[in-house]
Ligand binder design. Structure first.
Ligand code: IMP
Length: 423
């Protein structure tokens, strides 16, 4: 049985906490796309962990974590994470498996990502600069380096030289940057090549065998539906498929194995980087959300843009992901707001639009039609039962449910595991 957890907005919905919470009842937690652009925050016993690559289930002593073939792996970031976990007394060896087929992010990917975004000028995407798009570009251009190539010194050197021939031409002739030496990269990454070996297996075979044995797998999506390369606000998207369908490709499992899809939605909306965001609040209310919600990127530290809950996009996320239930996060952040708005439609050229438009001209320039509920002042961070929530908070939750057409089964009211209300 495989359950997929996905983001229903622009990432940063609180998937790290939700996955950590759900991980208790599964055997294996598997990441299927993205790379070190993600920043999944988990707080256990007041200690904060930020995971970029390793699945958020690693904190449990008896769970297996898998980094699937759909992920792009920056070895520097991976080993920083492993070192931090081990220093914190968390055992990683024998609990982490890495796919042979995942692609490796190397220095030229990071450098190119940063330079390219600068060169885009007005078309700047505001990427995380972690070499994500450039690693996926090489994967599709068939000059990428997979984990299985990386651990073989002859193959790695050969492929590195081929990739750098083209990149160095770009660096030198076009971007007027210094060229990179394959020998230097080879030497610098020697330690990672040796260290990564013990984690590398055929993860697709492993996962299928374990599923066959009846083991429970949680497939962990990074980013969110509207950062999806196909369904997001293109071109202001990431370079992979965070949607539920991405789990099959990114792990090598059949769609027939997926039994449940859980969507994570923040009780308001945030977005990092460029791109349309109709319900964005540009005044002091947005500032207040950012401050109370601590809305700063877990990977880059950039302030997140904040806005009201957009029911139209979450409804669309429900459709294309096939979401069975929603976990609503950070509801506590909305305490103290006098009125709380929910985007329920858009208006463009005097026409009402009730669906998420792929046309970015419309999505960037539309006006939002809002519904509104009264806020609450009570502290909800210690509430354990749904019925003990303030009436207005329940009204807000039920209004969202009505607009997105999906049941909200869990409500998160703080970063700790026990700040989760089961409904
Ligand atoms: P990239 O994934 O670094 O290529 O960045 C593309 C866009 O996705 C940028 O707007 C990033 O801010 C955004 N992005 C990438 N990863 C995350 C994430 O984990 N949370 C939120 N936004 C992200």
């Amino acid at each position: 049985m495989v359950t997929v957890v996905i983001g229903t907005q622009w990432g940063d919905e609180g998937k790290g906490k939700v996955i950590d919470y759900l991980a208790e009842n599964v055997d294996i937690i598997a990441r299927y796309q993205g790379g070190a652009n993600a920043g999944h925050t988990v707080v256990v016993n007041d200690k904060k962990f930020i995971f970029h690559l390793i699945p958020s289930g690693i904190l449990y002593p008896n769970k297996i974590c898998v980094i699937g073939n759909g992920v792009v792996i920056d070895p520097v970031s991976l080993f920083e994470e492993i070192e931090y976990l081990e220093k914190s007394g968390i055992d990683v060896e024998k609990k982490l498996f890495i796919s042979e087929n995942a692609h490796i992010t190397l220095p030229y990917h990071k450098l190119l990502d940063q330079i390219e975004d600068k060169f885009r000028g007005k078309g700047k995407l505001g990427t995380t600069g972690r070499g994500i798009g450039t690693t996926y570009t090489d994967k599709f251009a068939r000059i990428g380096i997979r984990v299985i190539d990386f651990v073989d010194e002859d193959v790695f050197m050969e492929k590195l030289k081929i990739a750098l021939e083209l990149k160095n031409y770009l660096f030198k002739e076009y971007y007027k940057e210094e060229i990179l030496s394959p020998e230097k990269i080879f030497k610098e990454y020697e330690i990672y090549r040796k260290e990564i070996k013990k984690f590398v297996i055929n993860t697709s075979l492993y996962l299928n065998e374990e599923i066959e044995k009846g083991k429970k797998v949680l497939a962990e999506g990074a980013q969110g539906t509207f950062l999806d390369i196909d369904f997001g606000t293109y071109p202001y998207v990431t370079a992979s498929n965070p949607i539920a369908g991405g789990a099959c490709i990114g792990l090598g499992i059949s769609p027939k194995k997926i039994k449940k899809i859980i969507g994570v939605a923040k009780a308001y909306t945030t977005r990092v980087g460029m791109g349309p965001f109709p319900t964005e609040i540009k005044d002091q209310i947005g500032e207040k959300l950012r401050k109370i919600g601590d809305e700063f990127g877990a990977t880059t530290g950039r302030p997140r843009r904040c806005g009201w809950f957009d029911a139209i996009i979450v409804k669309f996320a429900g459709i294309i992901n096939g979401i069975d239930e929603i976990v609503l996060t950070k509801l506590d952040v909305l305490t103290g707001f006098k009125n709380i708005k929910i985007g329920i439609g858009y208006k463009y050229n005097n026409k009402v639009i009730n669906e998420y438009p792929f046309n970015s001209k419309i999505f960037s320039n539309c006006e939002v039609i809002y519904d509104e509920v009264d806020g609450w002042d009570e502290d909800i961070s210690k509430v354990k039962k749904y019925n003990d929530l303030p009436e207005n908070a329940k009204r807000y939750i039920e209004k969202i449910e009505e607009k997105i057409g999906i049941r909200i089964t869990k409500i998160s009211t703080g970063s700790s595991r026990n700040q989760t209300i089961e409904r």
